[in-house]
Each structure stands twice: as structure tokens, then as C-alpha cells.
Design a protein around this ligand. Structure first.
Ligand code: ARG
Length: 587
């Protein structure tokens, strides 16, 4: 069944066609003056030019046609020729009944599903994750949920940063601490020990230690560079160490992402495509895609009409090393071989725009991808109250684990202040606090237009009032409690009857989910889902205030309202699910 909006557009389209005008002019939108009418069509203004008639005359002809075809609909002409439309109660009732029978509450799937690979998360081995990585995880996970819901085949890859200088830092620093390990003995013939010589805590200590020394001391940095080059050239002891570093990191990262409810299908990294690099470089050279420049191999990617100069991509550095862009190109090749996606989405911060532009152009130039097969889904930074990139008190980069820990503490405090969860067991309370903390972090991130920067304000994010994740969870839990009480009384939902404007308004919100999901996909824009969730929760609130459910004495009306509550709950859980929020049973 089409949405109310689509059905209206269809009817209006027919009315325009009857005047010999294009059907698209009949496109109906939700009104920006809901006090006058819930829906409007502005097509008469554009039609006037084609029809060479005043817009009001076009609008009058359309209204005449509608009155004959759909006598129950109220049509009014306002101003120069706006058509204000009020569908009859029956249209709402039919739609509400259809939505209540549909598991997806009206959200359709795409006609032509694609295979979409999402590259997000992008944490680096041994380096702590920062808020930029958090944004990537939260946005990427929401997009993967949305795209799958829309019917696409999605594959997500965390794309670990495990191939740069940081590996050389780790190797050399470990060598200084434990020179006796067999990994450093070039004459060792193996096999290497199975157990890791380091824990995640060791890694978190070794990396900053080495990187601080390297900043002070050029010789120390050279040692790390040399170790990196040897690792890349395949030195067995270093490769064995790398495998341990990666395994230890992945284990810790999986726990962090799991706590956030973020899922990846693939746990591959830059180092996984190392074997593809020599062939790729040879191929680029042979086909003239890459050229030599001052001892390095580069791909020129600047194009005519660029409004700023895009530097060439460095494929092989002067010292013979593969760089960040090289691994990204080899990863495109690997994905083509392994998953053959129609589209790769890179959910990575805006600051890397030039990098992706270089990689995409080089990939297209080399025939590795189609221009519309690669897309950088950019996002802005998270700032502190001072408007600058979020830092810790000591001035360092904000660590993801600290941030989540803080959100959890505040969530617990807020629940206690609000007197929520008082009758829950300790374990259940903790689960609820975790859900509230995740909701606070995710919703506050996703509700912003992706490319804007936002200010991190935990106190506002964990509030149960206003446009926040916790508010939405609370609303959903409230509906659950109504449904539970109804079930205890043996009350069943029944066919929908519209008896109040608040019911029609709620049905309009429910009806808007399909369009919201389609728009969110088109714009890679989870904020549209957030807006939908919020407006739905608000519409429910107004409905609940105006239309009593359990106390209603008329059994048919009570059953109708229960039906609306049940459908709202289903849709709210669906849309919150798309932004990665789980609704607790109670709180
Ligand atoms: N590891 C990178 C960083 O921390 C992000 C990786 C993004 N994905 C990619 N395919 N380059 O900045």
C-alpha cells in the first residue's frame, strides 16, 4: 500500500495531467502551515508558466477535478495558488490499519538492491581511538543498519591501521625492553612462540613511549623507519610480531565496539593487502598510470577545472615504502577480488578529503573502480566547549574508552536523579545505564548534520528532556509499559478510528517513515532518522495526552488507540534500531 503522501501525490498528479500538465507538478508535501491543512501542493506556481495561465486559475482547475474524483478530501486554495489538502478520516484509518499489519510499518525496500561495502571505524593498532574514530563507528554503523534495512547487501570492514610507522615504533621499542626475544634475532629459524609477548596494555605503553622519543631524536625515528621498511619487506621475525600486535589489538577493539553495539563483518587491515602491492605498483608503472618523480613513484591526479591544486598521490616513497594511499588502492583491488561491491562507502573525517580524492581519482585512472563506485562519507569534528577540537584536560587526544566511561557514569547519575530504575535488579540497572549512555553518545552525534562540527556536552546528551537519545528511550519504554498493562487486563488492539486531531497527526508521522528512510539513504544522513524518531515520539506524547488509552470506556476506541500505540512502538524501535539504540524493557 502506498503511503498517504504518495497516494495524495498520485491523485494530484492525475488532476494536473487532466489539465495537460506534467504529473510531477502534483507532488504533495507535508504542510508548513499545519494549522491550515496537513498537506500541501505547490505545483500550480510552476504550472502557470507552462500553462500560460495565472497560478490561481490552474489551482482552481485542479481543485475542481479533485472535488469530482475525491469528494471526501477538503481542498482549499490559499494565496497565489497553494493547494491545501485535508484527507478524510477514512484515509488515515485505512493507512493506520495497513501500517499496523506491516512488520516494517510502511518502510519499503529498494527495487534494485546493491552490494555496498562500508569502510568505517578505522582504528589504528596500538594507538588509542579518539572521538574521530567514535564518529566513524557511530555513523558507519547506522548507515550499515539503514542500508541493510532498505534491502541492500552490506559488508562492513573495520580497515585497521596496521601498516605504518607505528609498527616500526612498536617493534623497536619492544626490542629495547626485551632484546632477548627471538623476533629480533635475524638468524632465528623458528618457529616463533605462539603466545603474544605483549598485552594490549604493553602496546598502549610502548607506542606513546616510542613516538615521544622519536619526536625528540631523529636517530630514534630512523630506527623505527628502518624497522617499518624491514617489516614491509617481509622480515620473518617482524611479521610474526605484527601478527601478535594485530591479534591483541583486535581482541581489545572487539570488546570496545561490542560495548557500543557496533558490528563489523570483516576485521581486515592495511597489512592484509601487502601481498597485492608489488603487482599493483608494477601494473601502474607498466600502464603509465604512475610516473617517477625525484626517486618516488607518483600518480598525477589534478584535473582541469579543479578549484584548488590537488597534489599527486605518492604510490611508492623515495625510500621504497608503501604509504597510506598505496594500501587504500590495494584494498580497492582486494575488495574487487573478494566481495566485488557496487559501491564502497568510506566513513572518514572531513580532514581526509584530499586523501580520498587522490585515491579515488587514481583508482578510476587505473581502471580499478568506476567513478560512482567510491564515495567519501565525510564528517566534521567533535569540539569542546571552547569550540576547538575536543581534548582531555591534560591537552591530549580524547580516548574513546574514557568518553564511554564518563557517559556511563553520568547516565547512572541521571537515572538516579530522575528516580528511574529504582526497582530494577543491580544487573538490570547496569544494562539500562549502558543503554542510556550509548543512546546519549550516539543520538547526539547522529542528530547533527554529518558534515557539521558539534560541541560535546555530556550533561545535555544524557538528559531525559529535549531532543536526546535518553528522552527517546524513555518514551519507548513508556509505551511498552502501557502495552504491558493492557496485556495484563486482557485488552487487544483493534481497527483504527480517528476521533481526534492528535490521532491523525500521529498517523501522519507513522506514514512519514518510508520517506524518511529513503531520504536518509540518499543523503547518507542518519540525522533524518533522528528527526523522524523525535517527531514520532512527540506526536505520540501529544496523542497520549489528548487521547486516553487504558481509561477510555468505549471498547472500540480503546482498541483503536492501543493499535496506534502498538504501531508507534514498533516503528520507534525500528527507527531507533537503525541509529543503533536498544530500547530496554523498563526503566
Ligand atoms: N586508520 C585511519 C585513521 O585513523 C582511518 C582509515 C580510514 N579508512 C581508509 N580506508 N583509509 O585516520
Amino acid at each position: 500500500m502506498p503511503s498517504l503522501l504518495d497516494a495524495l501525490s498520485e491523485q494530484l498528479g492525475a488532476a494536473f495531467t487532466a489539465q495537460g500538465l506534467p504529473a510531477e507538478l502534483g507532488s504533495v508535501i507535508e504542510s508548513d502551515r499545519p494549522d491550515l491543512a496537513p498537506y500541501q501542493c505547490n505545483g500550480a506556481m510552476a504550472a502557470a508558466k507552462i500553462a500560460k495561465k495565472p497560478p490561481r486559475a490552474v489551482a482552481e482547475a485542479v481543485a475542481e477535478h479533485l472535488k469530482a474524483q475525491a469528494p471526501d478530501m477538503a481542498v482549499e486554495i490559499a494565496g497565489p495558488g497553494f493547494l491545501n489538502l485535508t484527507p478524510p478520516a477514512q484515509a488515515y484509518e485505512l493507512r493506520a490499519d495497513a501500517l499496523s499489519k506491516d512488520d516494517r510499518t510502511g518502510a519499503r525496500q529498494v527495487a534494485e538492491p546493491k552490494t555496498i561495502l562500508l569502510d568505517f571505524g578505522g582504528p589504528n593498532v596500538a594507538k588509542p581511538m579518539h572521538v574521530g574514530h567514535l564518529r566513524s563507528a557511530v555513523i558507519g554503523d547506522s548507515l550499515q543498519r539503514l542500508l541493510a534495512f532498505r534491502g541492500h547487501k552490506t559488508i562492513s570492514d573495520v580497515h585497521l591501521g596496521d601498516w605504518g610507522l607505528q609498527m616500526g615504533h612498536l617493534i623497536t621499542e619492544l626490542e629495547d625492553e626485551q632484546p632477548g626475544l627471538p623476533y629480533f634475532d635475524a638468524g632465528f629459524t623458528g618457529p616463533y612462540p605462539e603466545n603474544s609477548p605483549v598485552t594490549i596494555d604493553d602496546l598502549s605503553r610502548l607506542y606513546p613511549q616510542a613516538s615521544a622519543k622519536a619526536k625528540e631524536d631523529a636517530e630514534r625515528n630512523k630506527r623505527s623507519q628502518k624497522a617499518t621498511a624491514e617489516l614491509q619487506a617481509g622480515r620473518p621475525g617482524y611479521r610474526a610480531l605484527l601478527a601478535h600486535f594485530i591479534a591483541v589489538s583486535i581482541k581489545a577493539l572487539k570488546a570496545d565496539y561490542e560495548a557500543l553495539g557496533v558490528h563489523f563483518d570483516l576485521w581486515k587491515g592495511e597489512s592484509d593487502v601487502d601481498g597485492l602491492i608489488p603487482g599493483l605498483v608494477e601494473d601502474f608503472k607498466a600502464r603509465g598510470v604512475a610516473e617517477e618523480s625525484e626517486g618516488a613513484w607518483i600518480v598525477r591526479v589534478a584535473e582541469e577545472g579543479d578549484n584548488k591544486e590537488l597534489a599527486p598521490l605518492i604510490l611508492v616513497s623515495r625510500t621504497g615504502a608503501a604509504l597510506y594511499a598505496t594500501t587504500d588502492l590495494a584494498t580497492i583491488l582486494d575488495r574487487r577480488n573478494e566481495q566485488d561491491p557496487d559501491l564502497i562507502l568510506y566513513v572518514v573525517d572531513l580532514a581526509q578529503s584530499d586523501h580520498f580524492e587522490q585515491v579515488f581519482r587514481a583508482a578510476v585512472k587505473a581502471g580499478l573502480a568506476e567513478p560512482d563506485g567510491l564515495e567519501h562519507v565525510k564528517f566534521g569534528t567533535v569540539n569542546g566547549a571552547d569550540g576547538k577540537r575536543l581534548r582531555t584536560r591534560a591537552g591530549g587526544t580524547f580516548k574513546l574508552a574514557d568518553l564511554i566511561g564518563q557517559a556511563y557514569e553520568r547516565a547512572e547519575a541521571r537515572l538516579n536523579e530522575a528516580g528511574l530504575g529504582a526497582e530494577l535488579s543491580m544487573a538490570e540497572f547496569k544494562t539500562v545505564a549502558r543503554a542510556v549512555a550509548n543512546a546519549a553518545i550516539k543520538f547526539s552525534d547522529l542528530s547533527n548534520v554529518r558534515t557539521t562540527n558539534y560541541i560535546f556536552d555530556l550533561d545535555r546528551f544524557v538528559s531525559f528532556e529535549g531532543k536526546t537519545g535518553p528522552y527517546l528511550l524513555y518514551q519507548a519504554v513508556r509505551i511498552k509499559s502501557v502495552m504491558r498493562k493492557a496485556a495484563e487486563k486482557g485488552l487487544e488492539p483493534g481497527p483504527v478510528q480517528v476521533t481526534d486531531a492528535a490521532e491523525a497527526a500521529l498517523i501522519r508521522r507513522l506514514d512519514g517513515f518510508d520517506l524518511a528512510a529513503a531520504r536518509a539513504e540518499a543523503g547518507r544522513a542518519p540525522h533524518i532518522l533522528c528527526e523522524h524518531a523525535y517527531s514520532l515520539a512527540q506526536a505520540f506524547s501529544s496523542f497520549y495526552a489528548a487521547c486516553p488509552i487504558l481509561p477510555e470506556e468505549d471498547a472500540a476506541i480503546r482498541a483503536s488507540r492501543l493499535q496506534l500505540a502498538a504501531t508507534t512502538l514498533r516503528q520507534l524501535e525500528l527507527v531507533l534500531g537503525l541509529i543503533g539504540l536498544d530500547v530496554p524493557e523498563r526503566m
